[in-house]
Design a protein around this ligand. Structure first.
Ligand code: HEM
Length: 139
């Protein structure tokens, strides 16, 4: 019996990313849970495109997946993230930041520790808080 040996490694020779450890489905769940909550939120609901929630869901998932070392779909579809610029025409007040992070914390809480081990959970949360702080653009 011959064992096929390919000279090309199936995985690029690099350390595993957080995305590799956690997987696409976990990011899909977090972002899906978040967008389930958006329409009924009194502050955020009116800001998001009711006619394109599926598109908005894709964009946030692509961004997070890309940031954490997964496929670079966000850059391919949307170009450089430039998140502060992309949020300028939304009123990201301290109140909106609070609502966004509260809904995201509820969404993260729906994912089991098995699918999202504590160190990965903390790293994802820490990044979200830092980005949310950076996005505030109105008093
Ligand atoms: C602080 C409160 C925030 C508010 C009020 C807010 C609001 C919004 C709104 C209304 C959109 C448009 C939805 C769409 O059509 O895609 C959006 C897009 C987006 N937001 Fe936020 N956001 C906040 C925080 C964040 C944070 C913390 C992140 C990342 C960790 C983030 C990442 C994104 C991304 C990647 C998009 C899609 C950008 C694009 O491709 O055009 N946002 N946000």
């Amino acid at each position: 019996m011959t064992i096929p040996i390919s000279p090309v490694p199936s995985e690029p020779d690099r350390p595993a990313s957080l995305y590799d450890l956690v997987g696409e489905e976990t990011f899909r769940s977090i972002v899906h849970e978040f967008y389930l909550r958006v329409p009924s939120d009194p502050v955020l609901g009116p800001m998001y495109p009711a006619e394109d929630m599926a598109g908005a869901e894709d964009r946030l998932r692509w961004f997070l997946v890309q940031y954490w070392g997964g496929p670079q779909t966000f850059n391919e579809q949307r170009g450089h993230p430039r998140l502060r610029m992309r949020h300028m025409h939304f009123a990201v007040t301290p109140e909106a930041r609070e609502h966004w992070l509260t809904m995201m914390s509820e969404s993260l809480a729906t994912v089991s520790d098995e699918d999202l081990p504590e160190p990965a959970r903390l790293a994802i949360w820490d990044h979200m808080v830092r980005v949310a702080d950076m996005l505030i653009n109105r008093a």
